[in-house]
Write a protein that binds this ligand. Structure first.
Ligand SMILES: Cc1cc2nc3c(=O)[nH]c(=O)nc-3n(C[C@H](O)[C@H](O)[C@H](O)COP(=O)(O)OP(=O)(O)OC[C@H]3O[C@@H](n4cnc5c(N)ncnc54)[C@H](O)[C@@H]3O)c2cc1C
Length: 232
């Protein structure tokens, strides 16, 4: 681990470099995750998944990547309790990258991204990729948390001209400098209307993912159009 920074309430942005890549040309696709190995209290392996928040071409060295980790106030379990105390220079076994929560080869006219909390990680990687490919379609991001200090990358996303964005805050109507793009309530209260030629990417906690997916399925969309990644 090369650096760590607190970027939102209980949320760390951690920069890693693979020092012993599984192959010489280690690589990932935007939207994929890596598995990190921890040791639990019985000294048994415990693997946890983390979506890569940086774009595949963001760093010159393809073996460099960022993870955005919600650790809360004191960690949730073995993974977050380890990560929140990890020091620069320490390392962890890693496997991957894995996952099918990725953009299609043939890009649609519109891509809708719905994320809460650290669920923004795979979306940010996709946004970086779409920018590097000069994607000409529409990217609509709906991104939620309790308050502005609760979620990461707000400054970057607020000024990102290649996307349209709505930030949804469930516990405050004081949006501060983000008022132009902000609404009160959960993401589920501000979902864009279903659009058959769009692809939908939903990432965050299981309850939110299920509710949003159910909303679009009820409108006639299918697994072909609606992709979900459940974090917990
Ligand atoms: C494909 C995939 C990608 C993921 N990507 C990310 C990521 O980019 N960033 C990230 O922070 N996490 C991500 N997760 C979740 C991550 O893998 C761990 O589950 C999480 O860090 C908790 O691990 P733990 O060992 O500390 O706690 P666990 O022992 O796994 O869980 C302990 C308890 O805490 C709860 N819990 C776990 N996470 C949270 C949370 N954020 N808020 C509230 N309660 C929680 C669990 O439901 C459980 O009850 C991802 C999970 C999957 C499956």
């Amino acid at each position: 681990m090369q650096s760590v920074e607190k970027v939102a309430d209980g949320t760390l942005l951690m920069h890693f470099i693979l020092t012993n890549p599984p192959t010489d040309n280690w690589n990932f696709i935007a939207g994929q995750f890596v598995n990190l190995q921890f040791m639990d209290e019985k000294n048994e392996e415990a693997w946890r998944s983390y979506s890569i928040a940086s774009g595949p071409n963001e760093y010159d060295n393809p073996a460099e990547f960022d993870l955005l980790v919600r650790v809360g106030a004191e960690g949730f379990g073995v993974g977050t309790k380890h990560l929140m105390h990890m020091k620069v220079g320490e390392s962890l076994p890693v496997r991957g990258a894995y996952g099918r929560f990725v953009l299609p080869k043939e890009l649609p006219k519109k891509i809708v991204m719905i994320a809460t909390g650290t669920g923004i990680a795979p979306m940010r990687s996709m946004i970086q990729t779409l920018k590097s490919q000069s994607y000409r379609g529409v990217v609509e991001l709906i991104y939620g948390g309790r308050t502005p200090s609760d979620i990461a990358y707000l400054d970057e996303l607020a000024t990102e001209s290649s996307i349209t964005k709505t930030f949804c805050f469930s516990r405050t109507k004081d949006f501060g400098e983000y008022s132009e793009h902000s609404k009160h309530g959960r993401v589920t209260a501000h979902l864009p209307a279903p659009y058959i030629e769009a692809r939908y990417y939903i990432c965050g906690n299981g309850a939110m993912c299920a509710e949003v997916r159910g909303h679009y399925y009820a409108a006639g969309l299918t697994r072909k159009e609606v992709h979900t990644e459940l974090f917990y």
